[in-house]
Design a binder for this molecule. Structure first.
Ligand SMILES: C[S@@+](CC[C@H](N)C(=O)[O-])C[C@H]1O[C@@H](n2cnc3c(N)ncnc32)[C@H](O)[C@@H]1O
Length: 381
């Protein structure tokens, strides 16, 4: 496909997303009905669509309309692309610019945050609010976690490099590798398939590195999902006794295979019994810290949904209390930067549960390289 044809395809997919389709579904539908497209076309289309969603409002302002076409005109203007060549109306290219489109003069560019959320965003991030909002408009890097139970960072880097995947160590955590070239080859690389590395963003890796791990520690990952945190803990403390739980056990279906690949043993359960030295509650959240990766979610979140998530998080926190052994720790985690889901949520929990005290909390943002992520360590007794 020509660059112009890709742009025309992006216009169609974006129009579908703007009427409420989730981005992944709209892209999948396009792939299924566009058999002529190769993997390079699909990847380029995805980049165009996700890039436009990250900067939805500023591209609409540049392009003169909140439509697929407006966003692509905005994109072309933002990137100083050859407008007449892309919007030529020839072959599969989008129609030539109308007089009004060509004459459009953009006013001030917005910050690409939903209007209703701006006060919450500013309250949570203070002087960093604008910088973090701007960082959310950029593509997220791919991060790998070296499985220290299997290899060391140098070994993982060498194995990846042998297959053309270039990586760089994080200054903050040597076992976190940033992929600097050939991202798309990671999943089929030997290092990945043999469990030497896992795909995991930097911030959750930093959060897991903060957990108080000791030999033979018993750990319950209460909202385990695919098991990203369970495996990260196991890699740091291979003799940890790991139990994974989720209210929707089907979400843990791949965990036994992932654990085996990583050389770890994990008990998977749908009923958490007994008490544990460490309970991890990586709760469902708005995902406001990961909007570089799921930019359509930024525009779908609204106040009722956020309030619903905050209520669910509080229920989960209360639910896990009996599973935390006296003297044990509850690690509360979200991939959100919003106070309602982080500090305020923890303050309400502590007011309800006087047996716990805050041992420390931390908020990571894209300004340190990874996604937005929050950890609060709550010690019992
Ligand atoms: C943020 S995701 C967890 C991601 C996972 N820890 C990882 O690292 O891959 C939240 C998980 O919480 C689960 N969940 C939702 N409500 C729950 C509840 N009441 N109790 C336990 N788990 C719940 C969801 O099924 C989902 O898998």
């Amino acid at each position: 496909m020509t660059p112009a044809a890709r742009m025309a395809a992006a216009i169609g997919v974006l129009d579908e997303i703007l009427t409420g389709s989730p981005a992944e579904q709209a892209l999948l539908r396009w792939s299924r009905t566009s058999r002529f497209a190769g993997s390079g076309d699909r990847a380029a289309l995805r980049d165009l669509v996700f890039g436009a969603l990250r900067r939805r409002d500023s591209y609409a302002a540049l392009g003169g309309a909140l439509t697929g076409r407006g966003l692509m005109i905005g994109h072309a203007r933002a990137e100083s692309l050859p407008m007449a060549r892309l919007f030529s109306g020839e072959g599969h290219a989008p129609a030539a610019l109308t007089e009004a489109e060509a004459a459009h003069v953009p006013t001030d560019l917005p910050d690409d945050l939903p209007d209703w959320l701006r006060p919450d965003w500013s309250a949570a991030l203070g002087s960093r609010a604008a910088e973090v909002a701007a960082a959310m408009t950029l593509r997220a890097p791919v991060w790998l976690r070296v499985n220290l139970a299997r290899t060391d960072p140098a070994g993982a880097m060498a194995s990846l490099a042998a297959e053309g995947v270039e990586t760089q160590r994080s200054d903050l955590l040597p076992s976190a590798l940033r992929v600097t070239a050939n991202e798309r080859a990671v999943a089929r690389s030997k290092a990945y398939r043999a469990g030497l590395v896992e795909l995991q963003d930097l911030s959750p890796q930093l959060a897991c590195a903060e957990l108080p791990l000791v030999p033979r520690i018993s750990v319950l990952d209460y909202c385990a999902g695919g098991g990203g945190k369970t495996l990260a803990i196991g890699a740091r403390q291979p003799d940890a006794r790991l139990t994974a739980h989720d209210a929707f056990p089907a979400r843990m279906a791949d965990l036994p295979a992932r654990a085996a690949r990583a050389g770890l043993r994990v008990a998977v359960t749908d009923k958490a019994k007994g008490s544990f030295d460490l309970v991890v509650a990586d709760v469902p959240c708005s995902g406001s810290g990961t909007w570089r990766r799921t930019p359509d979610a930024k525009w779908r979140l609204d106040r009722p949904r956020l309030d619903g998530l905050v209520a669910t998080q509080a229920e989960i926190l209360d639910e896990v209390v009996p599973s935390v052994a006296p003297g044990g720790c509850l690690a509360y985690m979200t991939c959100s930067v919003l106070s309602a889901e982080n500090g305020d949520q923890v303050a309400s929990f502590l007011a309800r549960q006087p047996a716990f005290r805050l041992a420390g909390d931390q908020l990571w943002t894209p300004l340190t390289g990874g996604d937005g992520f929050y950890l609060a360590m709550l010690r019992r007794g």
